[in-house]
Design a protein around this ligand. Structure first.
Ligand SMILES: [Zn+2]
Length: 352
């Protein structure tokens, strides 16, 4: 459905009272809406990646909406148990954050606390042990900062001048080349950070300042431990934010991730989120063998008791979603209308 038509339909359904009817129907009560957030902007990240980042004020607006609408925001694990037992309260919602970035610690968590909402963070751990920005993301962000320009340099970074930064596709190709060069040269995370630092210098951007602001960095183990003590539920998202097709390597990703989190978080680690929302049917028995009881995707929709617990849909929040569209999902109307689509994220953290 075209977006303008979709909005007009939603507006009509809201003004005729259908939103309220569906929201309080038995159909909606037997369903769980799982919200998916990624990052909250420390600076201007929502302008760089509107699909992944929200401004803090937008998140606050959303939480306010949940409170005003008397939605039952439940801890994910408890909500899933209630879903499967068909004992959910009306208007149930669970909030999840992917990756576990520093901006969750500094911006999102204080807001969630203010509203008293429980949250699950799917924490990827490779970059958590290293207080440096995620390489592919910081390179993309640095190039975006100089968008619109064409620079006659880059050869000493293994790039072919001129560097054309006029389109997202061209900037993305440069990031890919940088990553390929690093892989070819066998660089470790610290050496790659040095490459990012040189790229910043070439673009005349103060890299030390970005580092000190913790832009595009993950929470470190003491920060994770602190939030776990304050009630944040940390769950699995692979160690290196990737899903190898090889069973042994796939399960090692879960095991490494679990081992890192076990040292900082007291809770049971039984819930999983597919990195970048990418999944394959063959992963399901591999997850079950690792005692994973639920796994969330980025496919859009509400979860029902009959939904495969290892393929749970979510609503990925983006800067572009209007309040009306948000409410459409909260009430269940958008799911009811089958406004579903498969969403996959791009430009996500990769730990190498
Ligand atoms: Zn992720």
């Amino acid at each position: 459905m075209k977006r303008t038509l979709k909005r007009a339909t939603l507006q009509l359904l809201k003004s005729t009272g259908i939103f309220g009817l569906v929201r309080d129907s038995a159909w909606r009560t037997h369903r769980l809406l799982i919200l998916c957030y990624h990052g909250i902007s420390l600076e201007d990240e929502h302008l760089w990646r509107p699909g992944l980042y929200l401004e803090p004020s937008r998140l606050e607006q959303r939480l306010n909406f949940l409170q005003q609408g008397q939605y039952n925001v439940l801890p994910l694990g408890a909500a899933l148990k209630q879903l499967w037992a068909k004992e959910l309260p009306p208007r149930s919602v669970a909030i999840t954050f992917d990756d576990g970035a520093y901006d969750f610690f500094s911006l999102a968590h204080p807001l969630l606390r203010k509203f008293g909402f429980p949250v699950t963070v799917y924490q990827t751990t490779y970059y958590s042990d290293r207080q440096i920005p995620i390489f592919n993301l910081i390179c993309s962000y640095l190039l975006w900062k100089r968008r619109g320009t064409v620079l006659d340099k880059g050869a000493d970074l293994g790039l072919k001048p001129p560097l054309d930064l006029t389109s997202e596709a061209r900037r993305h190709a440069i990031v890919e080349t940088l990553m390929e060069n690093c892989a070819r040269d066998g660089l470790d995370a610290w050496q790659k950070n040095e490459v990012a630092s040189r790229l910043a210098k070439l673009l005349e951007i103060d890299y030390a300042e970005l580092l000190s602001k913790r832009l595009l960095q993950l929470m470190n183990p003491p920060e994770i431990a602190q939030l776990a003590r304050e009630g944040v539920d940390f769950q699995l998202h692979t160690h290196r934010h990737r899903m190898p097709k090889d069973k042994f390597l796939f399960q090692k990703e879960i095991q490494d991730n679990r081992e890192r989190l076990r040292s900082t978080t007291p809770g049971e680690l039984a819930h999983f989120c597919y990195p970048s929302g990418v999944y394959s049917r063959e992963f399901l028995p591999w997850l079950a063998e690792e005692n994973v009881i639920s796994a969330t995707t980025c496919d859009v929709g509400l979860a029902a008791a009959h939904t495969n617990p290892l393929l749970l849909p979510r609503i990925v929040e983006t800067s572009g979603r209007t309040d009306l569209e948000f409410e459409g999902w909260l009430t269940g109307v958008s799911d009811f209308l089958a406004l579903r689509r498969t969403a996959s994220q791009t430009h996500v953290p990769r730990g190498d």
